[in-house]
Design a protein around this ligand. Sequence first.
Ligand code: URA
Length: 482
Amino acid sequence: MHVVTIETETDFAGWRQAARTLAMNHVEPADIIWRFSGSDHDLLEELSAPRLPDPVEGTFNVPAKFVELAQTAILHRNPERFAILYRLLLRVRSNHDLLEIATDPDVAEVTAMARAVHRDEHKMQAFVRFREIGRERQARYVAWFEPEHHIVELAAPFFARRFADMPWSILTPDLCAHWDGSHVTFTPGVSKADAPSEDRLEEIWRRYYASIFNPARLKVKAMEKEMPRKYWRNLPEAGLIKPLIAGASQRTAEMIDQAATDPHKPQKRVETDMPRNTQTSADNLETLRDEATHCRACELWKQATQTVFGEGPANAQVMLIGEQPGDKEDLAGHPFVGPAGQMLDRALEEAGIDRKKTYVTNAVKHFKFVPRGKIRLHQKPGTPEIRACRPWYERELALLRPELVVAMGATAAQCVFGKLTQINKNRGRVIELADGVKALVTVHPSYLLRLPDEEAKTREYLRFVDDLRIAADFIRKAARAA
Ligand code: URA
């Protein structure tokens, strides 16, 4: 029996080094006791057990996917995780394709652990609330949070990016993270009693929450599910929920009265009426975009404000394709700048994809809607419109030659695959099309916005992020192979 002591609960490097030595010495999983420094254990038993075997010359390789998965799964609170990962390591070492077998019990367990860790990270991003401690120049923003897993180090870079210009500390029972404007540092965990009660920021949070609360989407039960009660005691806005619910129907009526845009007033038309031959062979995106401003291939141009063409660098490795511009995009002339765009931005960031490095476009490049009172109601484009617009996509594709096309939603999938394509059947893997294009299918971010049930919304959002992570992995591998 070998007793292996890992430095901390999240010491992946320590586990990796120990696991490598053990594997090289052919030590069986059943012959190892995994511990980490500071855990309670029987000192006598530890003293009498042999430590790590001596390092052996040589090395072995496992797929990069295993390393990524293990790095995340090790943050799970399951006390058996070091052992489970070691068992999987030995099996992956002799079968490099093992991780592709999703039904294998070890693969399934480690994948579920990694997912739970990402879910917890997402909850932390959503539920951390900073309170201001001190005044003016001495001000510091402090939050108390109780994560389910060991995610503080994983989540800290998100807060450093999001709240870059304020010094903050996130206190948790496991570990505390601190940001001074340039570096994140960590100190040991503290108890709830050490978390601050002073809260000048509380009022700001309450006002913010009241402003984003949408009474028309009110689903009390679902809201309680998404914001589990255990988080409520740390949320300043929790006290607002009751009065907001009480006033919801009146606010809904007010919202209906205040329209977004008025379809009866002609929107400012950005294009001229000059018809053009869309078959000219533009050799750069600028010229292509210019040509598309005059597209008359279907009727949609007549009521739309302008063509909303794709945007992004000409050397983008990923092309993201949506359905069609919405109300906000039609007015702004840019794709994905409205609510679906914000959802997309958040998911891309979580998946580790920089939107600025992607090319973002739509299957149909004019807004299709019907006027309803003062509102322009989105209409799903039909096959004739998707077909009419496809040459623009083909030409964007030919100029960009991206490594991967990510089709978001059924309309985008129909455009990319050239036929009706089911999302659920085809999502979650990269598919090579007959023309050599590599495509990944996923849902459209607006689908997530429309889900009425908050629990489903969270679940589907995480699946969306998982899909985007597949894109991120694919690009990383493509870059390595190049
Ligand atoms: N939905 C889309 O499909 N595209 C956009 O640009 C905005 C919303």
